[in-house]
Unconditional design. Sequence first.
Length: 313
Amino acid sequence: MSQKLFITTLLCSLFCYISSMAAPIERDIVINHDGVSLPGTLTLPDNVEGHVPVVVMVQGSGPADRNETIGPNKPFAELAQRLANMGIATIRYDKRTKVYGARTAEVSGGRIDYDTEVTDDAVQALKQAAALPEADTTRIFVLGHSLGATLAPRIATKAQSPVAGIICLAALARPFWDTVRDQIRYIATTQGLAAAEAEKLAEAQAQQLKATLPAEYLKMQDEYDALATARQASKQLRMLFVQGGHDYQVTKEDFDLWRTALEQSHQKAEFHYFDTLDHLMRPLPRMAVPANYYEPGIMSHDVTTLIGNFVKN
């Protein structure tokens, strides 16, 4: 090959690579229903042609923003960019508790529970996703993380527009308060407390936390059975469960419960366990501790590729 032809070929390859990584298109949107208005972002692949799959992202607990910002990490923004480069659109939005804070109950008919915190807004986001002119309405997915993943089966069953599948990252399956106690015990032992002291602390702090939550919220926590809801979902609903082995908040015990509950009855359910990933799906060489959330990291490319292939295929 001549030097001139080699350089031309190299430049062409470089141009094609840069073009394939072109910046996605981002538009401001509002998830708007029942007197609630939540600012959000629609991310589209560059040079959209025809109709594309759409993934609605649902955060974990707490007043999270649309990027699910935790310390320097913005996992939902990162994931939206990567999925756009795979030809997939996403919707992400600030949670109701983030936008309204202390006024959340006021704008929620005086009621705060899983539905007013998470489910109702996700259902509306799915409805708006289906109405997008760019959307392939046969390929609209819910992607939940942590609490959002636990509620993904409920969101899909309550949806007012067709949902092709759910993607559950670190989905809790055990009773909520059992998990809270386990987390407190684990953190206490990493700080040097003996097992008996950690047990007492876990019980005391769990009771303190319970006292801060409204009765209707506690009632739904006790009544919602994520595994049963998923089992009752349509057999045509595709499901993807992803879990990290270095996640101390949601564990392999949860992952195994999902697999046991669904592997036989739902042939379209997939289960992927990554030994060294933490709660944010980032590689970590050891079991995570709370301080790790405030250290920068990137979501595993294996996970984002898995999600993208699940949606597209």
